[in-house]
Write a protein that binds this ligand. Structure first.
Ligand code: ADP
Ligand code: SF4
Ligand code: MG
Length: 254
């Protein structure tokens, strides 16, 4: 099982890319679980055709305890197990409580033995306002981190904070930075800016995704573009990034 955390500034395209990568990895024949950690709880909406996944924190607030996986896991596109942590008031952060509680519940209910994911993708809000944003990096929850960024200043600022968080746990060999995915906003010199940033922080650009209106077209149908039309150039590009991630991970499928 390989656990990959996808980080990046709010609105940069983490959930879009995490879901499209989950869809692609599942199409390669692997079992996938995607865990959204964002008070918006919208990480997996394009994998479930809009079906609501009850966020773990909301379920707990209502019921006190959670004793069944069915209450918090929805099987989405191609059998992808979809989970949302939910969380506190947006902007306040929960210092990691949401994600830790979710990990503990998934463990207690043997979710990993039952769904047997080859890949777990965490889609994590990476703004500094979130006191718990480093949580998946700690305690061995994530093996690798991928940062989604554009060439815009604030996006690179968030990416740099995430890189610093990874470095601060490096000695204990927690997660390693796998690389950056450039999600283009079409600013001048964007590729150069992001390549240069990658070089400065000692990593690589492992994916380059153009802006493409097909992403939003299929989003309106609550689908990833990969599910919507796998033959589109944009879908093929994302599938190629996924294939590289899978190949490097060295995980064999069932
Ligand atoms: P985040 O999870 O980082 O907050 P989202 O994945 O929700 O961001 O993306 C925000 C919006 O940007 C979504 O409506 C999505 O469709 C759009 N978007 C993201 N990446 C692209 C892209 N490469 N081309 C077109 N639209 C995109
Ligand atoms: Fe939000 Fe951070 Fe808590 Fe996750 S750990 S629910 S991103 S505040
Ligand atoms: Mg999101």
């Amino acid at each position: 099982m390989k656990k990959i955390a996808i980080y990046g500034k709010g609105g940069i395209g983490k959930s879009t890319i995490a879901s499209a990568l989950s869809a692609s990895i599942s199409l390669l024949g692997y079992r996938v679980m995607q865990i959204g950690c964002d008070p918006k709880a919208d990480s997996t909406i394009n994998l479930t055709h809009g079906l609501t996944v009850t966020p773990v924190m909301n379920y707990l607030a209502r019921n006190g305890i959670c004793s069944s996986l069915e209450a918090i896991v929805v099987e989405g596109f191609n059998g992808i197990a979809c989970v949302e942590t939910g969380g506190p008031t947006p902007g306040l952060g929960c210092a990691g409580r949401g994600i830790i509680t979710t990990f503990n519940i998934l463990d207690d209910l043997n979710a990993y033995e039952i769904y047997k994911p080859d890949f777990v993708l965490y889609d994590v809000l990476g703004d500094v306002v979130c006191g718990g944003f480093a949580m998946p990096i700690r305690h061995g929850y994530a093996d690798e981190v991928i940062i989604v960024t554009s060439g815009e200043k604030m996006s690179l600022f968030a990416a740099n904070n995430i890189k610093n968080a990874i470095d601060s746990f490096a000695e204990r060999k927690y997660a390693r930075l796998r690389g950056l995915i450039l999600n283009r906003r079409n600013i001048d010199g964007e590729e150069h800016i992001v390549q240069e940033f990658a070089r400065e922080i000692g990593t690589k650009v492992i994916g380059d995704i153009p802006r493409d209106s097909n992403i939003q077209l299929y989003e309106q149908q609550n689908k990833t573009v990969v599910e919507g039309d796998p033959n589109l150039d944009i879908s093929q590009m994302i599938m190629k990034i996924a294939a590289n991630i899978v190949n490097d991970a060295g995980v064999s499928n069932a």
